[in-house]
Design a protein around this ligand. Structure first.
Ligand code: ZN
Length: 428
């Protein structure tokens, strides 16, 4: 494998430095498909809630590569015979490429258009792209292997679990990075310690039992980040507004509406005829530039929603916990009566998450997301929640509250036509 004559170094706020020693990794970073990730934020619309969250998928992808590089170098330094040394470049390439198929504001876009970033990742790795050429020139079988690792179908599960499992390079980087850029105090854990206590064992990555507390801390960090950052109600509101913009634009496109402004790649997204070339043009600058033009569209709903997103006039929310189910329909009816289209101005949101899934291995035989196993002594494996009260306590499904979102500013104008109890419910 071609090593670089001189090691390349990136300065990084999370890992301090990121080291590139292989020519193919350096070449992959310099492809147009990978450089595009600089123009896509790691946390989508979270910057509306946490103004520091402007970091890109480029910086996260480099971080995942660096965590994988550190894991492999630890395995090699300790000369663990169970680590297949010939898989090093494959593991590093897959770590670097794992998010390459993400588009702008993936969560909202994927929900409206039914696209999947995983499928785009495979197309980018296997199709006619610069990434494919770098991989192919290194080894003709490398594009297929990289795509198999990312899609979790690669034969050697240790490579897959390094990139995607319940204790993987992806999560280890994004938890630390997202905590750093949002400025929250939770989300941190001792990465160096975890990297010291993991080792390859029977085709998987396991944790030496003395490292249990470091893993507990990591799982708690994940738990906290989901509820405090990723599921933040204001972030959800901005995702909903964006989703409604795309739903409106898609509907207008289907109805044959003539847009005042519609750049080609977005047009093909709306029509469901997106090509690889158009997909690569779509980044967040492209979408935001379009929204700033859509503020001036003839269609009042599209114009208003675009203005709301750009100027952060988001929807407010209330918990539905205290209100019976039919209440949602009543609100929709009332909105219709005052001329606010409920299809584009309300949404129900309900969240759930399993911070750590003990049972997944039993359900999905052969899945790489095995539970986290502690290695006691030389060869006794124990599933972590059997040992740890903390892990056991967060292993159940955690349910968020049901919330309804609505445009408070708009409804306030009509509040005088609303019964008093409704005004109180909506805080108008
Ligand atoms: Zn990732």
């Amino acid at each position: 494998m071609a090593s670089l004559q001189e090691e390349k170094v990136f300065k990084d706020p999370v890992h301090k430095y990121i080291y590139v020693q292989d020519q193919p990794i350096w070449d992959l970073i310099n492809t147009r498909e990978f450089q595009r990730l600089r123009r896509i934020r790691q946390l989508g619309t979270s910057f509306m809630t946490f103004h520091g969250a402007e970091h890109s998928r480029f910086t996260h992808s480099l971080g995942v590569y660096e965590v994988a590089r550190k894991i492999i170098s630890q395995f090699e330094r300790n000369a663990y015979s169970e680590w297949p040394r010939e898989e090093r470049l494959l593991a590093l390439s897959a770590a670097l490429m794992h998010d390459i198929g993400h588009g702008p504001f993936s969560h909202s876009v994927e929900r409206v258009f039914g696209t999947h970033h995983e499928e785009w990742t495979c197309q980018l790795v296997l199709g006619d792209t610069e990434v494919n050429k770098v991989l192919r020139d290194t080894d003709p079988s490398l594009p297929r292997s990289v795509s198999d690792v990312i899609c979790k179908s690669y034969g050697k599960s240790i490579v897959v679990s390094m990139i995607s499992s319940q204790l993987d390079a992806d999560r280890m980087d994004y938890l630390l990075r997202d905590a750093y850029f949002t400025g929250v105090n939770y989300g941190t854990f001792d990465l160096e310690r975890i990297l010291r206590v993991i080792r390859p064992y029977q085709g998987h990555i396991v944790v030496k039992d003395s490292g249990m507390h470091a893993v507990e801390d990591y799982l708690m960090a994940r738990y906290q980040m989901y509820w405090q950052v990723y599921f933040h109600p204001v972030t959800r509101s901005s995702e909903i507004v964006l989703r409604k913009i795309f739903e409106r634009a898609k509907k207008l496109s289907e109805d044959g509406y003539t847009f005042g402004f519609l750049p080609p790649a977005l047009g093909s997204l709306l029509r469901g005829t997106l090509t690889l070339e158009h997909y690569l043009q779509l980044d967040e600058s492209y979408v935001q530039m379009t929204l700033s033009q859509w503020r001036l569209e003839r269609d009042r709903i599209l114009a208003d929603l675009s203005d709301r997103f750009l100027n952060r006039r988001l929807f407010k929310y209330i918990s539905l916990q205290t209100f019976p189910e039919p209440w949602e329909e009543e609100l929709r009816d009332w909105m219709r009566r005052v001329g606010v289209d409920p299809d584009y101005y309300t949404a129900i949101d309900f969240l759930s998450d399993v911070p750590y899934d003990v049972y997944r291995a039993a359900r999905e035989e052969g899945d790489s997301s095995l539970p986290i196993m502690l290695l006691e002594g030389k060869d006794n494996l124990v599933e972590i929640s059997r040992k740890s009260d903390i892990v056991r306590s967060i292993s159940a499904i955690h349910l968020g509250e049901r919330r309804i979102y609505y445009p408070e500013d708009r409804l306030r104008l009509e509040a005088f036509r609303m019964p008093a109890d409704w005004r109180i419910r909506l805080g108008l």
